[in-house]
Write a protein that binds this ligand. Structure first.
Ligand code: SAH
Length: 222
């Protein structure tokens, strides 16, 4: 038996409009991003007992010690990606699947990797149930990327990365952009890296954010 589709009521739609207004007031003016955020029902990604928190501009626990990112952070990272329809985008850190749906709504071809098996299983199934069957989910270590599907036009890391993994840069196409929060401790610097035709990388920093840490990659552990 399949689970029933969750319901997107007028009340939820109204709350979502207010959330989008709130994000706009905080300085995000990219209409493509705001439209996608108005479309995707964030409350679908919450357990039913916590629905009232879904339209606050806050991160929230999604189980397995992980969180769904704050809506403002989702908007900020997505804006930095500058998505164009049809682009191939790799997400590291599927989590609830919310960010992947925002990218899919913007016309991206989304590939997303999750390190935790329980979350991977739950979210992969849920995305299909919601009808987002173009999103390709993978269970694995995001530090390694997805070489079999490279190159990617864009990449987004949604967990705190202690450093910028070379393997991800290798899998980025020329002129492609990687958006990644870099930092080992409490806070990270939102960073964009653009790969140039000469093979060099242009790096820019965009302020301080707070993410759950990237897991795995034991080889680098001290
Ligand atoms: N983008 C998510 C939020 C992600 S929270 C959303 O929209 O809900 C960060 C996620 O990254 C967690 O689910 C965590 O399990 C996952 N993660 C941590 N380390 C990872 C790694 N090395 N590879 C892939 N996913 C990883």
């Amino acid at each position: 038996m399949t689970d029933p589709q969750p319901i997107d009521s007028y009340r939820h739609q109204g709350l979502r409009k207010l959330l989008v207004q709130n994000i706009r007031q905080k300085g995000i003016s990219d209409e493509q991003v705001l439209t996608a955020m108005e479309k995707v029902p964030r409350h679908f990604f919450f357990d039913s007992s916590f629905l009232e928190y879904a339209y606050e501009d806050k991160p929230f626990p999604i189980g397995a010690g992980q969180t769904i990112s704050q809506p403002y952070t989702v908007a900020f990272q997505t804006r930095l990606l500058q998505i164009k329809k049809g682009e191939k985008v790799l997400e590291i850190g599927t989590g609830s699947g919310y960010q992947a749906c925002i990218l899919a709504e913007m016309g991206a071809r989304v590939f997303t990797i999750e390190r935790q098996k329980t979350l991977f299983d739950k979210t992969s199934k849920f995305l299909i149930q919601l009808g987002y069957n173009t999103i390709k989910t993978f269970y694995g270590d995001g530090y390694k990327g997805l070489p079999a599907f490279a190159p990617f036009d864009k990449m987004i890391v949604t967990a705190a990365a202690p450093y910028i993994p070379d393997l991800l840069l290798d899998q980025l196409r020329v002129d492609g952009t990687l958006v990644i929060p870099v930092g080992q401790y409490d806070t990270q610097i939102m960073t964009t890296i653009i790969k140039t035709a000469s093979g060099s990388f242009e790096k820019k920093e965009h302020g301080v954010f707070r993410f759950v840490p990237m897991l795995g990659d034991r080889a680098r552990d001290k």
